[in-house]
Design a protein around this ligand. Structure first.
Ligand code: NIG
Ligand code: FE
Length: 413
C-alpha cells in the first residue's frame, strides 16, 4: 500500500536541492539552501515532492504532520564510527584525567587491545544487542546513515564477527549502514607486525571479500601502529578485492597518512588533527574527502584540525563522530556540529553541509541520502520549535530533535 505522509507548514526545509553536487568545497560550503514555509510529501519511503506552501498541490495523504515553527532536515550521515564494540572504557578515561596519554595507555596493552580482548570474549548476538542500544541512541539524535568499522577483533574470526554484526544492523534496523574492514587498527599482542600484515593481506581480506562483509578498507596510519608503507600495502591489497580505501590519518602525528590516502585514491582521510600546509596542498583538487572528527579531538584534548584554513583554501570538509569506546564515546551528530562551530570556527551552514552532503559523498550515499531531493530516501528529522538553524549548534548538549523518520517511517524513541 502506498503510504503518503504530508509534512506541512514547515518553517524551514533545510538542504533542499534539485540537483546534488558531487560534494561541497571552499565557499560552496557556506550555501545551505533553506525553503521557508514549505511542505514535504513522502511516499513509499521516498521523498516524492516538496515546495512552498503556496504551491501545495491537492494530495490525499494517509497522515499529515503540522511542522509550524519547526525545521525539517535530511538525516545526518555519520561517515566514521566504531559503533560495534563490547564495552565502554571509562577506566582509561580516568587514567587520562590523571595524566596518561592515549599512546601511553595503548603501549601498556590498553586502548584498542583492551577493546579487542573484550570483543573476542563476546558472542555475535550479544555484540548485536549491545550495538543496538547505541543505534537507537544515534537515531534519536538525527543520524540516518552510518559507516561502521571492524578493528576490535584482530583475528580473522573476530573481525568477521564484527562485520556481520554491522551488516545485521543495516538489515534489521532502519539505519542505512556501510561497513569498513579495519583489521589494521593495532597489532595483536604477542604477534610481529610483519606477520600480522601478512595475515591481513593473505587471509583476512580474501575471507571478508568472499563473504561481501565490507565496502571499504581502512588502516590506522600512525606512529607505533601502521607506517605509511604498511598502510599502502594493506590498502592496495583491499583495492584488489574491491574494497575502496579510507583511512585514519594524522591523528597523533604528521605521519604521512594524508599522502598515502591521496596516493591510493582513498574516498576519505579522517582525523587530521596534525596536518600542515603540505597536507592541505596534497588534498587540493583531489576526490579524497578530508574528514574532521571533532568528538575525538575534544575527548583526547588534541588540537582540532585547521578547518577554517582548509575551507578558506578551497578544500571540502566532512564531519563525523568517530563513535568508539576509546577516543570518542558519543555518536551525537548535533554535538559534533556544535564542536565544529565552537572549536573549528565553522559556520552552522558549513557544519551542516559537512555532516550531510559531504559525509554522504564519503560513504557513497549521495545518490540516495544527504539532501532533501525528489527520489531520495525519506530519512529526515523534524526539530522542536526553533527560531533559526543556528540554534542547533548553539544549544550544545541539548536535543532539539523532536521526530525522526527513517525510510519514510516514524522511529519512536
Ligand atoms: O578513531 N585512532 C584509532 N582508532 C579510534 C580509536 C580507537 C580506540 O581507542 O578504541 C579513533 O580514534
Ligand atoms: Fe576512528
Amino acid at each position: 500500500m502506498a503510504q503518503g505522509i504530508l509534512i506541512k507548514n514547515i518553517k524551514g526545509l533545510v538542504q533542499m536541492r534539485d540537483a546534488t553536487p558531487t560534494f561541497l568545497a571552499g565557499v560552496q560550503m557556506q550555501n545551505l539552501p533553506i525553503l521557508v514555509n514549505a511542505y514535504l510529501y513522502i511516499k513509499d519511503g521516498l521523498i516524492s515532492d516538496f515546495g512552498s506552501m503556496e504551491m501545495l498541490p491537492s494530495l490525499i495523504p494517509d497522515e499529515t504532520i503540522d511542522a509550524s515553527d519547526r525545521y525539517v532536515f535530511p538525516s545526518f550521515i555519520d561517515s566514521h564510527t566504531h559503533l560495534v564494540f563490547a564495552t565502554t572504557r571509562e577506566d582509561e578515561f580516568v587514567l587520562k584525567i590523571k595524566g596518561a596519554t592515549y599512546a601511553e595507555i595503548a603501549a601498556k596493552g590498553g586502548g584498542i587491545l583492551n577493546s579487542a580482548r573484550k570483543l573476542q570474549q563476546t558472542s555475535e548476538d550479544e555484540l548485536f544487542e549491545r550495538a543496538l542500544h547505541r543505534v537507537k541512541e544515534v537515531i534519536q539524535t538525527g543520524t540516518g546513515a552510518i559507516e561502521i568499522k571492524s578493528g576490535y577483533g584482530l583475528t580473522t574470526a573476530d573481525e568477521m564477527k564484527m562485520l556481520r554484526v554491522a551488516r545485521r544492523i543495516g538489515k534489521q534496523t532502519p539505519l542505512t549502514v556501510k561497513t569498513t574492514f579495519l583489521g589494521a587498527h593495532a597489532v595483536p599482542q604477542g604477534m610481529q607486525k610483519k606477520d600480522y600484515v601478512k595475515l591481513i593481506t593473505e587471509e583476512m581480506i580474501p575471507a571478508i571479500a568472499q563473504e561481501k562483509l565490507a565496502d571499504y578498507i581502512d588502516a590506522f596510519c600512525e606512529q607505533g601502529f601502521f607506517e605509511p608503507d604498511e598502510t599502502e600495502e594493506i590498502l592496495e591489497c583491499g583495492k584488489r578485492f574491491g574494497l575502496r580505501p579510507r583511512l585514519h590519518a594524522n591523528q597523533l602525528h604528521r605521519s604521512g597518512g594524508v599522502q598515502v590516502g591521496v596516493k591510493t585514491n582513498a574516498i576519505s582521510v579522517d582525523h587530521l588533527e596534525n596536518i600542515g600546509q603540505e597536507e592541505i596542498d596534497c588534498l587540493k583538487g583531489k576526490m579524497t574527502m578530508p574528514t574532521a572528527l571533532p568528538g575525538a579531538a575534544f575527548f583526547l584534548n588534541l588540537p582540532f584540525p585547521p578547518a577554517r584554513k582548509m575551507i578558506d583554501e578551497g578544500l571540502p570538509l566532512a564531519i563525523a563522530s568517530d563513535y568508539n569506546p576509546g577516543s570518542a564515546p558519543s555518536g551525537n551528530m548535533p554535538l559534533m556540529i556544535s564542536l565544529a562551530c565552537i572549536k573549528m570556527k565553522m559556520t552552522p551552514e558549513e557544519a551542516i553541509n559537512a555532516a550531510t552532503i559531504n559525509t554522504a559523498y564519503a560513504i557513497d550515499l549521495l545518490e540516495s541520502h544527504g539532501s532533501i531531493s525528489i527520489g531520495k530516501t525519506a530519512s529526515i528529522f523534524i526539530t522542536k520549535p526553533m527560531a533559526s538553524v543556528a540554534l542547533l549548534p548553539y544549544s550544545f548538549g541539548s536535543n532539539l530533535i523532536d521526530q525522526v523518520m527513517l525510510r519514510g517511517e516514524r522511529v519512536r524513541s
